[in-house]
Design a protein around this ligand. Structure first.
Ligand code: GUN
Ligand code: FE
Length: 445
């Protein structure tokens, strides 16, 4: 048969519009067929219509009773921090000092980096995540280790070396010049190779000198398609420290903007404590905000004002981030569930299941300017798929049996689901994760 051609049959969901602005934006194909070749979706639609295209020699995988989505996109996560997840008792700045810096220091050893990158990427796939914007550590080898594993798997990843030239332990410090040189070398090696994309990654304003931010801005502005990722307005003590380090800047965001670290493909994690003029600046310059609900709850940072950010008169691009190790789960399903709860805490607009799924797939792709490549199930898109099982656990089976609509089924998945609800993950047209069925599962099915 044709090499690299495969088809999947099952119910699938995708979008025909933005569910924040258009009702009925979510599209369900009840008995669908998705045909993939050389890493792309070539055809998709009703099984009854498309099945003649299969011929005799296209391998077909059937997922009855599942719900298939485009692969999930995590817009903010730290791979070195998976070993420090669930560290007790501190808010942002002491949490970084006590738990995170010592953990990241271990990545001076490239074997630690390789082992952790392998574990992290396999965990992403177990959770249905096929694209992520990932912080490595200050060590350039931590980036090589990560991209090598992602290239091997065929996943589309955005990642970069953390830049830190002050206010951190000496063994984690670079300089404005060494950080620039190392980033430039990594960009030359990885940016645009296979499906890998580079992000210039100043950790945050506290740990970079103005000189380092300036050089990061130069790199970001002068390399086509490059990303920039950093943290913004997460915690009140952090904001006070930034104010005293940069007394001449009009806001935290202005520190980055003055260095050229804003614009399309600039991804800011958290953005909890934002003034109206900050949101307006993000809208006009085309920045993206990563909403990290489990992290913001875990560190007691605050509630992101999602519907303020999305205000229809000046909508800002928003995507979801797990922010592990401050985040408590790599599951975008769990993160959607927490984003729903936070939407209730932050105001009286309730996030719908369709909107949550949009933020984890097509909306994230749009926010990351990757919507020509990923985020939808449609011909021409890269074949990254996530197969969800609404009856993955006895409890989910019980609840899902009572669902009468697609929105209800999705909501059940995001409130109760996690890695157990991901039956399979496909990346670049290939099966990269299939969940082993336990005896308890088998008894239910
Ligand atoms: N701000 C600066 N560094 C970090 C980090 O590693 N995690 C979080 N949540 N916030 C940060
Ligand atoms: Fe973070």
């Amino acid at each position: 048969h044709t090499p690299d051609r495969h088809a999947i049959r099952g119910s699938y969901v995708t979008f025909c519009a933005n569910p924040f602005t258009t009702p009925d934006a979510l599209v369900l194909e009840e008995d669908g067929l998705i045909i993939m070749e050389h890493g792309r979706i070539t055809q998709c639609g009703p099984y009854a219509t498309l099945s003649p295209l299969l011929g005799d020699n296209t391998p077909l995988t059937h997922y009855p009773d599942c719900l298939i989505s485009a692969g999930f996109i995590d817009a903010h996560v730290h791979y070195p921090q998976i070993s420090a997840i669930a560290s007790w008792g501190e808010q942002l700045l002491p949490w970084l000092e006590q738990y995170i810096f010592p953990t990241e220091a271990e990545f001076a050893d490239v074997d630690v980096a390789r082992r952790t990158a392998r574990l992290f990427l396999s965990e992403l796939l177990r959770n249905g995540t096929t694209t992520a914007a990932v912080y490595c550590t200050v060590h350039p080898q931590s980036v090589d280790a990560f991209f090598e594993e992602s290239a091997r798997l065929g996943t589309r990843m955005i990642a970069g070396k953390v830049l830190m030239d002050r206010n951190c332990p000496p063994n984690l410090q670079d300089t404005a010049q060494s950080g620039y040189d190392q980033s430039a070398a990594l960009i030359a090696r990885w940016h645009g190779r296979d499906r890998q994309l580079y992000a210039v990654t100043p950790r945050f304003a506290i740990t970079s000198t103005p000189e380092q931010l300036e050089l990061a801005g130069t790199l970001f502005q002068h390399t086509p398609g490059l990303y920039m990722q950093t943290h913004l307005a997460e915690n009140l003590d952090e904001i006070a420290a930034v104010r005293s380090l940069f007394p001449n800047r009009s806001s935290y965001l202005d520190v980055y903007a003055k260095a050229g670290l804003d614009g399309p493909r600039a991804i800011f994690g958290h953005a909890i404590h934002m003034a109206e003029h900050d949101f307006a600046h993000c809208h006009h310059s085309g920045c993206t905000l990563a909403h990290c609900p489990t992290s913001n709850l875990f560190l007691g940072s605050g509630a992101f004002a999602l519907f303020d950010a999305l205000k229809p008169t000046r909508p800002v691009h928003v995507a979801l981030g797990t922010d592990v190790g401050a985040g408590t789960s790599l599951s975008l399903l769990a993160t959607m569930g927490e984003a729903y709860k936070v939407s209730l805490m932050a105001g009286n607009t309730r996030l719908s299941a369709a909107q949550a799924l949009w933020l984890a797939t097509a909306g994230a792709a749009r926010a990351l300017h990757l919507h020509d490549h990923i985020g939808l199930i449609a011909p021409g898109m890269e074949a990254d798929l996530c197969v969800m099982d609404p009856a993955a656990t006895p409890l989910m089976a019980q609840r899902s049996a009572r669902c009468t609509s697609l929105a209800e089924r999705l909501f059940t998945l995001m409130v109760l689901g996690d890695d157990r609800a991901i039956r399979a993950t496909w990346a670049n047209g290939r099966l990269v994760h299939a969940r082993a069925q336990t005896q308890a599962d088998a008894a239910v099915h």
